[in-house]
Design a protein around this ligand. Structure first.
Ligand code: DAS
Length: 362
């Protein structure tokens, strides 16, 4: 009896095994379980080359292509399935509206696909904070977008690019980074796009979020978050650049002792639709420029009071009566970021009350 049962099982076993293997899903291979991360390369020092391994200033930015950047860090393939695209190759002091629109449209197209879990953008450090904030306002996805750069060229001793790129790819593929807005990741630190700024011309720890603080760290091959932004960003944005091929002109007037309206008047004559006044102190307006600012406002130019100080709230109706002047206060945005928000605001409205709402929202 038992031997008969055993015999039937033994002969049926291979068939059962075959049926089970057909029915049971293949266990995902290790590669299939890794996140899919696209690296969009734009240039900068991370792609820079110097005359020797000790050249850390006076090198050439934007020389090394994306495939070489990826090949230089074979560890990338252990943490993500990476694909590279050289979207353009520039030193980021040459960033402009056309590059921003091209980058934003490519990011949104890639993130709309189910086969992309996150994006890394390699970028020059000079304008990382501006590109990061621009994308923070126009990316239409909760998926991670991480901007990374380097302060030493790829040819230098202890170049920081490879480890920065490795950390950025891990971060872009991390579920913890979903919904956090555009992130800037260098020097093992995670900063938010809205408040990060470059604070030193040459040191590795240059990217800081003074006073408001960084969001977390990269350590032990994973992100450690401690904070996140309270402001609207990415998928929750009201801004849409998909149909735009240019952005409104907005210029920055820098405040200093003994200034006069020459620069302001030149920008207005050049067709500026908005002016960011980077005033001294709490956005103070020097007497010689007040009439020119009011004249610009009367011509329909939007005036935003910001400050050259770099930290703190620009108080509405503080150093100037914004209600009477019909000006906008920049809240805590530095001048270069206030400019980006005003450019995008002007794609939707010229109503100063609505624009002020945007400065308190984003
Ligand atoms: N010129 C700088 C830039 O491309 C180099 C760098 O720091 O990335 O922003």
């Amino acid at each position: 009896m038992v031997s008969g049962l055993f015999h039937r099982l033994r002969t049926a076993f291979p068939l059962l095994l075959l049926l089970f293997s057909l029915a049971a899903p293949e266990p995902a291979s290790a590669q299939q379980k890794l996140p899919n991360v696209v690296i969009l390369a734009t240039g900068g020092t991370i792609a820079g080359t110097g005359a020797s391994s000790t050249t850390t200033v006076g090198y050439s930015a934007a020389k090394v292509g994306v495939e070489a950047l990826i090949e230089a860090v074979p560890e990338l393939r252990t943490v993500a399935n990476v694909k590279g695209e050289q979207i353009f190759q520039i030193a980021s002091e040459n960033m402009n509206d056309a590059y921003w629109l091209q980058l934003a449209k490519r990011v949104n197209a890639l993130l709309a696909g189910s086969d992309v879990d996150g994006i890394v953008i390699t970028h020059g450090t000079d304008t990382i904070e501006e590109t990061a904030y621009f994308l923070n306002l126009v990316v239409k996805s909760h998926k991670p977008v991480v901007i990374v750069g380097a302060m030493r060229p790829s040819t230098a001793i202890s170049a920081d690019g490879p480890i920065n790129l490795y950390n950025a790819v891990i971060l872009a593929g991390s579920p913890d980074a979903v919904g956090k807005g555009v992130l800037v990741c260098l020097n093992d630190q995670i900063n938010g796009a809205r408040d990060v700024t470059k604070t030193n011309t040459s040191t590795l720890d240059t990217f800081r979020t003074p006073e408001l603080g960084l969001l977390g760290y990269m350590q032990d091959n994973r992100p450690h978050f401690y904070r996140q932004s309270t402001r609207r960003h990415t998928a929750d944005t009201e801004f849409d650049v998909s149909g735009l091929d240019r952005l409104p002109r907005v210029d920055i007037v820098y405040g200093y002792a003994n200034m006069d309206p020459t620069a302001l008047n030149a920008f207005v004559a050049a067709g500026a639709k908005g002016i960011i006044h980077a005033g001294v102190g709490d956005g103070s307006l020097a007497a010689p420029v007040r009439p020119a600012l009011s004249a610009a406002r009367s011509q329909g130019v939007i005036i935003v009071r910001s400050s050259r100080v770099g930290n703190g709230i620009i108080a509405r109706n503080g150093e100037a009566n914004d209600d009477d002047l019909d000006f906008v206060a920049s809240d805590t945005l530095n001048p270069q970021k206030a400019r980006i928000l005003l450019m995008l605001a002007l794609t939707r409205t010229s109503d100063t009350k609505d624009i002020q709402r945007m400065f308190y929202t984003y």
